[in-house]
Design a protein around this ligand. Structure first.
Ligand code: ITT
Length: 185
């Protein structure tokens, strides 16, 4: 049994979809802890360590963000603050007239048990910042994140479709593979 610590209900839905095909039980808990600001890996390590020692059980946490190349990879670790302040329309304003619209979503899973040091797993997905928002599924930056091969934004995909190739799918898949190899009971 793994406990996923997050305050974001969308992440829980996506993680459940991804864990669904594997034989690992996932429960969800919101500890409401305050995240330190920093690179994704450090945030995930600190969160996983804190939660596993507090709950005395194995946990995963996730730190994710949107990284836009022409903005020097902003908002990155400031993604949730940017989402809450300027939002998607603010990001579109920052990108006005910009030709290079390459962006990545990155996700780092931090895993920790009370007896072991934290481990991290990084996954990402490549996309483009759309010229305008499209789609009403998903959350946060999803309506801005355009996937060329699909001809759609993340917000035009169902959770099932998004979870086949998302940053979250890629980081969780790495975690699950490692976990199965190391903890196959
Ligand atoms: P927890 O830390 O409690 O898990 P959070 O929402 O604060 O929840 P993060 O710090 O990992 O999560 O994520 C930062 C922000 O990045 C998040 O609030 C969204 O604005 C954005 N984000 C992350 N993954 C996303 C996704 O799949 N689709 C759209 N936006 C995403």
């Amino acid at each position: 049994m793994i406990t996923f610590i997050t305050g974001n209900k969308h992440k829980v839905k996506e993680a459940k979809e991804i864990f669904h095909n594997f034989n690992i039980e996932l429960e969800h808990m919101d500890l409401g802890y305050c995240e330190p600001q920093g690179i994704l890996e450090d945030v995930a390590i600190a969160g996983a360590k804190y939660a596993s020692s507090k709950l005395k059980r194995p946990v995963i946490v996730e730190d994710a963000g949107l990284f836009i190349r022409s903005l020097n990879w902003f908002p990155g670790t400031y993604s949730s603050y940017v989402q809450e302040t300027i939002g998607n329309s603010g990001v579109l304003k920052l990108m006005r007239g910009t030709k290079d619209r390459y962006a990545e979503f990155r996700s780092v899973i931090g895993y920790c048990t009370p007896k072991t040091e934290p481990k991290t797993f990084l996954g990402y997905v490549k996309g483009q910042i759309a010229l305008q928002e499209k789609g009403d599924k998903g959350f946060a930056f999803d309506s801005l994140f355009y996937i060329e091969e699909k001809g759609k934004t993340f917000a035009e995909l169902s959770i099932k479709e998004k979870s086949q190739f998302s940053h979250r799918k890629n980081s969780l898949k790495m975690f699950i593979n490692w976990y199965k190899d190391n903890y196959s009971e």
